[in-house]
Structure formats: C-alpha cells, structure tokens
Design a binder for this molecule. Structure first.
Ligand SMILES: [Zn+2]
Length: 251
C-alpha cells in the first residue's frame, strides 16, 4: 500500500496519546477506509489513542469497533502527520463514522514502564560516567534495549547504574509532560541526550522525570517512576559499529 496515496487529502490526525497516556478507551471518527482483500482494512481517524511505531516504541495494539464491525489493530503507522491504522477485520464491514478505540492496555502499560525506565537509564548512566550520554537507537519490545555511543561500561558501572535507578524508582518521582515553543525548548534541553540532533520545531513536547534533565520525546510514559517497580540491567552488548546496547527489563 502506498502511504502517500493513503494520506492524500486527509487532515492531520489529533494525537490524543501525547496529552493523555492513561485513557485506554476513547471515541474517534473514521474519516477514510481502504479495504484490502476482504480480510483487512486501512483506517484513518480524526483522532487516535494508538501510538504508532516510532522512536524505539512499537505500535500500540488494540481494537476499533462500532455496532457494525470489530477490527483488530495490527499496526499504527505515522506518515506525514497522519496515523494510518492497519487492521484485520474480525466481524462486519468497516465504514466511516463513529467508532470506539480500545488499547491492549497490559501491552501499552508495559511499554510505558519500559519507556520511562529507558530515560532513567540515560540519567543514571550519565551520572555514573560523569558525562552526557549520546543515544544511538532503542527498542522497547524484545529485545528491550537502549543503544549508546562509545565503549560498553564496566560491570561495576552497570551495577552502579542499576542501583541508582532502583533507588530513584523506590523513592518515586513525578513524570511531567510540557509543550514548549521551539525557542524555549532550546534553552531547557541543553543537557538532553542528542540535543544537537533535534529538529527545529514550532512546538516541542518535553518529558521531565523529577530530579532529571528534561528530554524531548513523543512517547508514552508512566505518571510516576515508582510504577516501574524495579529495573534490571541485563547486559551490555558491544555492537559492530563500536557502540553498545544496554539490555534491560522492568519487573
Ligand atoms: Zn520518552
């Protein structure tokens, strides 16, 4: 399917998950349906609670339903400001109009906990090695890791990172979301990983864990780091490009 053609002429999707990450069920309006064979369909909605794949975060899963049909969301894809919902038809025939969207909440909540834990890892690693870290990539499904530039740290540094993260988790700390103008964000984000790589944007969404530097991020996070429960640093894996991945789990 050609995504350019799919999103042609449709308004940008309101990304409801940017402001409210805790609502597992919400109403939307289907603006466009493109069936594929008889079993699948692409849907474009006016607003969505489904986070698309991106920024190391896998696509949300869930269901989209009305009195006429039930669809299982296979993948949400972000393309030119529009979220395209690739669905498998469970019952009925999809049409334009009102629908209910429901997240696979256990999966989403696990990703929220892992995503917040990944930011905490950045903070604790930066403290342990006493310099700003540069992240290369990340993935929050399996295997779950954050990639960093440079050589893997020693096992004593890794233990220090894990202990510091768990100390912060058990003490708790609010995770705040702000929307800033591009100019204001530049001053605030000087300490963020990869600050140099940030694009010029009119509005920047920042995520601030209490006691940590603000980070620009469009992902979904828990409201307090105590929801992570515990973080385990599994191992540091040296990658062929001379960097390393820190594999971790939340418990
Ligand atoms: Zn984030």
């Amino acid at each position: 399917m050609n995504l350019d053609e799919l999103v042609e002429g449709v308004p940008k999707t309101e990304l409801a998950y940017l402001r409210d990450m805790k609502t597992p069920k919400s109403q939307s309006k289907v603006l466009k349906v493109i069936p594929e064979k008889r079993t699948h369909a692409y849907l474009i909605l006016d607003r969505t609670i489904f986070h698309p794949k991106g920024g190391g975060q896998p696509s949300d899963k869930g269901t989209i339903y009305s009195s006429d049909c039930t669809l299982n969301l296979k993948k949400a894809i972000y393309h030119r400001g529009v979220v395209v919902h690739w669905t498998k038809i469970a019952t009925g025939t999809p049409n334009t109009g009102a629908v209910t969207c429901e997240l696979d909440w256990p999966f989403r909540y696990l990703i929220m906990r892992r995503h917040t834990a990944a930011h905490l890892l950045d903070h604790c690693l930066s403290r342990a090695i006493e310099k700003r870290v540069q992240t290369t990539d990340s993935w929050l499904e399996e295997p779950c890791y954050v990639g960093y530039a440079g050589k893997p740290p020693s096992s004593s540094v890794l233990s220090q990172v894990e202990a510091q993260a768990n100390h912060m988790i058990s003490s708790g700390g609010d995770v705040r979301i702000d929307f800033l103008t591009g100019e204001a964000s530049k001053m605030l984000l000087l300490k963020a990983p990869n600050f140099e790589r940030l694009p010029d944007l009119e509005e920047v969404r920042t995520v601030t864990i209490e006691g940590c530097a603000p980070i620009p991020c469009g992902g979904t996070h828990v409201g307090n780091i105590n929801e992570i429960s515990a973080l385990k640093v599994v191992r540091a894996e040296e990658t062929p490009d001379q960097n390393f991945r820190l594999h971790f789990q939340v418990e």
